[in-house]
Design a protein around this ligand. Sequence first.
Ligand SMILES: [Zn+2]
Length: 185
Amino acid sequence: MKRAIFSVAISALLSTVFSSAIAHEAHVHGVGKLDVAIDGAEVTLHLNTPLMNLLGFEHAAKNSKDRAAAQKMAFRLRDAGRIFVTTPAAGCRAISVKLASNAINPILLGEPTTPPAAPEASAHGHADLDADFILQCSHPDLLESIDVSLFEKFKGFQKIDVQMVTQKKQLAVTLRPSATRISWE
Ligand SMILES: [Zn+2]
């Protein structure tokens, strides 16, 4: 009995260590992570990236120059149809964009809600941005590829690790400035 409790505690500890190791590893300047799920007519994309790749800094927006940079970044990301360029025949359009960061005030990101307020600075001096996009396609059967223009719009990206799931398959690709297309079929 005692032993069983002990091993549960160990596995809980291991999983904590393991997940924090992953979280730590995920923050590498130049590298972004993009999860894509295609389900029927809906394409859901989740981008997790060091704020550095988008803004060139990872602290709270302290002055008007920082605030302008944060707003410009949010404005560009919210133009999701230009960030994720889908097969034209599929007729996809963005229906939702949500942005969150542990360093940037949600108001600067164009988020309508204030509470709960994001902490103004991270304890480790690093900060991320999480972006959720939903596209809806009128002819999802014609959707064959997504061109990711994050490299072109934001100079800080060197590679983006993509994990994609559709009803039929799963795939993993690494995008680089010279290879920005996710394609399947
Ligand atoms: Zn960082």
